[in-house]
Design a protein around this ligand. Structure first.
Ligand SMILES: [Zn+2]
Length: 447
C-alpha cells in the first residue's frame, strides 16, 4: 500500500501479486477515482462497488488506486490532529469491514495474504514486510509522534500529550502479567509467542471499541486507562489470546467468528481470575451473566456480514465462552488446554471453521442459547426512532453502541420495545444498529 498524506484525504495504491491462477477475483475498495490495472494494463470492470477481474494467471500483478477520505474513527483509515499539542496521527483498522476503506481486498476471513506495506510521506518512504499471512480484516497500522513505553517483551505507544503517565505504565505492567500467563497456558517459552519478540499495543483517544487485536499493532482505547482493573486485565488478555485464536489460526468464514471470540473471551476471563484472584470475582460474575444472543426478526444474518460479524452484539463472545467453559469442565482443564494448544500447533497459519474447532475438541458442536425476537405487525405506526445521530452512524462499532445507548436512555415500558422492533424491521436501518438493538432486546427477554 502506498499512502500519501493530506489533510482530509489520502491516495492509496494497493498492489497484489497472485500466488496462483484465479478464474475470478472480486475486490471491494470504497475509493473515489478508482483506477485498476492488471500487469500495467488498464482493466476496470466495476459492478456495485465490486472490482471484478477474471482469468488471472499466476504471478499477475493487480494494482488498485484511488482517493479515500479519512474516517472519524479507526474503522478504515483514520487521521486526527491532537488538540492538546497539534500532533498529527494516522491509524487504520481493517476490522468490521474497515479494510476496504484503505486497500483493495477480497475481505473474507479465509483470504490470507502476505502483505508489504509502503508508506510515503514528506519525501520519506518506509516499508514493512509482514511475516506469514494475514487476512485483510486483521491489518492495523499506526503512524505519528507516539511516545513509547517499554517493558521486557512488550511496548506501548501513547500519543505525545499523554506521554508516560502512571496509568500508561500500570497498563503496561498488567500486559506483562497477561502475556506471561498466556505463554504458560499455551506452553510456549518467551520470546516465541505468535507476536515475535515484542508485543506492541497502541492507545487511541477515540476508539469505538475497547480494543482490537491486530497482529503486531494491537489497538487499545484510552478508556481502558480509567477502567476498573479487572475489566482492563480481561480485555488485555482477550486481545493477547486472539494472537493464537483469531490471528495465528483464523475463522474460515464470518459466521465462524463467534467461537473464536468465545475462546479469546474465556482465556481473558481465566487470565483475569488467575492474576487478580478474588478481587476480580464481582466483575467476572457480572460479565458471565449476559443473556442469550438475540436473532433480529428480519434482514440478513448479521453473523455473515464483514461489517457486523465481529461486533460483540453479534459474535456473542461471552455466550460462546460459557459453552467452552462447560467443555473445559467436562474434559478437565489439562485436556481442554492440550486440545486447544494442539489445534493451534496443527492449524497455525490457516483458517479453520467452527465445526473443525469442535471436532478438534472431540465434542459435538454446540451453539449458544438464542432468542427469536417477535415480529411486529404495526411497524408503520411508530415514529422514527432513535434519531439521525444513531441511524446515520457509518462506523459499525459506534452505530451498535449508540443504538444500545439510545435504547437504555429511552423511558422504559413496552413502547420503546415496539419502537426498537419497528426500527429493526425497516430495511434502511444499518445492520449494526439492528445488532445493537437486538442485543438490548435479547437481554430483556432472557433475564
Ligand atoms: Zn475478540
Amino acid at each position: 500500500m502506498h499512502l500519501r498524506l493530506g489533510p482530509e484525504r489520502a491516495r492509496t495504491r494497493t498492489s497484489l501479486t497472485l500466488s496462483g491462477p484465479r478464474r475470478a477475483l472480486d475486490l471491494t475498495p470504497t475509493f473515489d477515482a478508482l483506477e485498476v490495472t492488471v500487469d500495467g494494463v488498464g482493466d476496470c470492470h466495476v459492478e456495485a462497488g465490486v472490482v471484478r477481474l477474471r482469468d488471472l494467471r499466476a504471478g499477475a500483478r493487480v494494482t488498485v488506486s484511488g482517493d479515500v477520505e479519512y474516517r472519524p474513527t479507526p474503522h478504515g483509515l483514520h487521521a486526527w490532529t491532537d488538540a492538546a499539542d497539534g500532533s498529527r496521527y494516522v491509524v487504520a483498522s481493517g476490522a468490521l469491514g474497515g479494510a476496504r476503506h484503505f486497500m483493495a481486498c477480497d475481505d473474507g476471513p479465509a483470504d490470507r495474504m502476505v502483505t508489504r506495506i509502503v508508506v510515503e510521506s514528506g519525501g520519506l518512504t518506509r516499508s514493512w514486510d509482514q511475516e506469514g499471512t494475514v487476512a485483510s480484516h486483521q491489518l492495523g497500522l499506526a503512524a505519528g509522534p507516539w511516545v513509547m513505553t517499554t517493558a521486557p517483551g512488550t511496548e506501548l505507544l501513547a500519543r505525545r500529550a499523554l506521554g508516560q503517565d502512571a496509568s500508561v505504565r500500570s497498563l503496561l505492567a498488567d500486559t506483562e502479567h497477561v502475556l506471561a500467563w498466556l505463554l504458560d497456558w499455551f506452553d510456549v517459552a518467551a520470546p516465541n509467542g505468535p507476536w515475535g519478540s515484542t508485543y506492541t499495543q497502541v492507545l487511541l483517544p477515540r476508539a469505538p471499541w475497547l480494543a482490537m487485536e491486530h497482529p503486531g499493532c494491537v489497538l487499545l482505547s484510552e478508556r481502558l486507562l480509567g477502567a476498573p482493573r479487572a475489566r482492563r486485565v480481561a480485555v488485555l488478555a482477550h486481545e493477547a489470546a486472539h494472537q493464537w485464536v483469531g490471528n495465528l489460526v483464523s475463522p474460515r468464514s464470518w459466521s465462524d467468528v463467534g467461537l473464536f471470540e468465545g475462546l479469546a473471551e474465556l482465556l481473558g476471563q481465566l487470565a483475569c481470575e488467575a492474576i487478580m484472584g478474588r478481587e476480580a470475582t464481582g466483575y467476572l460474575n457480572r460479565r458471565r451473566s449476559a443473556g442469550a444472543l438475540a436473532l433480529p426478526p428480519t434482514g440478513p444474518d448479521l453473523r455473515t456480514l464483514p461489517e457486523t460479524a465481529g461486533l460483540a452484539e453479534v459474535a456473542g463472545p461471552v455466550q460462546h465462552a460459557e459453552l467452552l467453559r462447560i467443555v473445559s469442565e467436562t474434559l478437565g482443564t489439562p485436556t481442554f488446554r492440550d486440545r486447544i494448544a494442539e489445534l493451534v500447533r496443527r492449524r497455525a497459519g490457516t483458517a479453520c471453521s467452527t465445526l473443525e474447532v469442535w471436532s478438534d475438541l472431540g465434542m459435538a458442536p454446540r451453539t449458544p442459547r438464542t432468542v427469536r425476537l417477535p415480529m411486529l405487525s404495526n411497524a408503520a405506526s411508530h415514529p422514527k426512532w432513535p434519531g439521525d445521530d444513531v441511524l446515520t452512524q457509518s462506523d459499525p462499532a459506534m452505530a451498535a453502541a449508540a443504538a444500545r445507548h439510545a435504547f437504555r436512555a429511552c423511558s422504559s415500558g413496552g413502547r420503546r420495545v415496539c419502537a426498537a422492533l419497528a426500527v429493526m424491521m425497516e430495511p434502511s436501518t444499518p445492520a449494526a444498529v439492528t445488532a445493537g438493538l437486538a442485543a438490548e432486546l435479547g437481554r430483556r427477554r432472557s433475564h
